[in-house]
Unconditional design. Structure first.
Length: 221
């Protein structure tokens, strides 16, 4: 039996695929929900859809190319759209991302897209962010300083053992409890030297596709 969360991820991805335009250039995220999106996109490409993609991770790029999707390394303008999942999403559209470790490249693509479409199963929808924790990419140099400074502003941090991002950097996961003001917390963390990027995404989301069984709910943010 297919887990209900996977059914909802597929449902959310199916809804998001309806917003892929012909002759467009889009960004592809990383993770299990995006996996279903890529499978669906490959079928559309086989049917004649013309689309070019920038990938947020090496894994996503390899997966997309293996299915016949055109992947590019750079683009001189804003992407038409970015499609990705999230680890948590709250009613205002703020997100926690980075469970798969690609948060820096994901945020670059989200920031440089005309619209950011988020696909989630119902378990990812929260009243407040914080249960998942906040992934943070940091530099190896001065790592103990960086972790100590994040903990001084209320985080409880743990290093992902044996993990490095596609950029070659370590990641830490930090827990702050309920996050009442995601934008403020993101700003506070990013001011700390040694922090590369924070897995809190504010003010970027255009649409949320939430799987609900075999259907999906679309919310415009």
């Amino acid at each position: 039996m297919v887990p209900s969360s996977n059914i909802e991820k597929r449902s959310a991805a199916t809804g998001a695929l309806k917003f892929v335009k012909d002759n467009s250039t889009i960004g592809l995220g990383t993770g299990t929900t995006t996996h279903y999106f890529i499978l669906g996109l490959a079928e559309l490409v086989k049917q004649g859809l013309n689309v070019k993609c920038m990938a947020s991770s090496i894994d996503t790029a390899k997966k997309a190319m293996s299915l016949g999707i055109t992947v590019i390394d750079s683009y001189p303008d804003k992407l038409d759209a970015y499609f990705d999942g999230a680890d948590e999403v709250e009613p205002g559209g703020s997100l926690i991302k980075g469970g798969g470790g690609a948060l820096t490249r994901e945020k670059i693509l989200a920031y440089n897209s005309r619209e950011f479409n988020v696909m989630v199963d119902s378990s990812k929808v929260k009243e407040k962010l914080g249960i998942f924790g906040v992934p943070i990419e940091i530099l190896s140099f001065g790592i103990n300083f960086t972790i100590s400074n994040i903990e001084r502003i209320g985080g409880k941090c743990s290093l992902r053992s044996g993990f490095a991002s596609d950029n070659g950097n370590p990641l830490i996961d930090c827990y702050f409890g309920d996050i009442d003001n995601p934008a403020l917390l993101e700003s506070m963390i990013k001011k700390i030297p040694g922090v590369v990027e924070v897995g809190i995404f504010n003010g970027m989301t255009k649409r949320i596709f939430q799987g609900k069984g075999k259907e999906y709910i679309l919310k415009e943010v």
